[in-house]
Ligand binder design. Structure first.
Ligand SMILES: [Zn+2]
Ligand SMILES: [Zn+2]
Length: 69
């Protein structure tokens, strides 16, 4: 079984051997720590995905009984 699917940062192209890649929770693209866009305590591939994430989040009701106080 050969891995045709090369895992690399979708922004700069760094491979897994060059950087510790993470997967974007929004679009599932891979990105390296250098390219990561940090927002809301999470990391995304781009600011676009970070906005998508926070829009999706604020769409829901803010009522959360388990919210930290
Ligand atoms: Zn990168
Ligand atoms: Zn993304």
């Amino acid at each position: 079984m050969s891995s045709i699917y090369e895992r690399a940062c979708s922004i700069c192209g760094d491979t897994e051997e060059m950087a510790r890649l993470e997967r974007c929770p929004i679009c599932s693209k891979l990105f390296c720590p250098d390219c990561a866009y940090k927002a809301s305590g999470r990391r995304f591939c781009t600011g676009n995905c970070a906005r998508t994430y926070s829009y999706g989040d604020s769409d829901e009701d803010d009522e959360n009984p388990d919210y930290d106080d």
